[in-house]
Design a binder for this molecule. Structure first.
Ligand SMILES: [Zn+2]
Length: 162
């Protein structure tokens, strides 16, 4: 799976010009049909997405090209999950966030746990690979809990928390 622009025309132009590289070998990607249709839940409702598939001219692997508005293996758009992360960074709990977003508390808790599990990796890289928004983690010592990753979003949350 490869994250690409949300602009379909832009992606088609890049595929036609060999402007997208295979994440496995760096070879040029070419059009290779479509991936399966999937539902994507946004802030305003549910939409459908049929991502482009591409094949590498070097190693022959195929890749699903996911627009930056979506995250791999998540039914909710990046903007929805980003809002949850912003709210968490501002101090809200997962139940409050779930209520505000109209999502199950267990779903929101899963997003927050997934990020917490990758906190060190994200902090080292300085951002997540989603491309939609750059996320950074700051480590802040918490009393009695040792050092725990705390999310700050660039630029809006970091302005508030730094
Ligand atoms: Zn390749």
């Amino acid at each position: 799976m490869l994250t690409v622009s949300a602009d379909r025309d832009d992606v088609e132009r890049m595929l036609g010009a060999g402007g997208l590289a295979c994440p496995a070998c760096g070879g040029p990607l070419a059009r290779w049909g479509r991936a399966r249709e999937r539902q994507v839940r946004g802030l305003d409702g549910v939409g459908r997405l049929v991502p482009r598939r591409a094949r590498c001219g070097g190693c022959g692997r195929t890749h699903v090209l996911l627009p930056v508005t979506c995250l791999a293996r998540r039914a909710d758009e990046a903007e929805v999950i980003g809002r949850a992360l912003e709210a968490k960074a501002a101090g809200a709990g997962h139940r409050v966030i779930a209520e505000a977003l109209g999502r199950p508390a267990s779903t929101v808790r899963g997003w927050l746990r997934a990020l917490a599990a990758r906190a060190e990796q994200v902090r080292r890289r300085g951002r997540m690979g989603c491309g939609w928004r750059r996320w950074r983690l700051r480590r802040e010592p918490r009393r009695g809990r040792g050092c725990r990753g705390r999310l700050s979003c660039c630029p809006c949350v970091s302005r508030r928390t730094v």
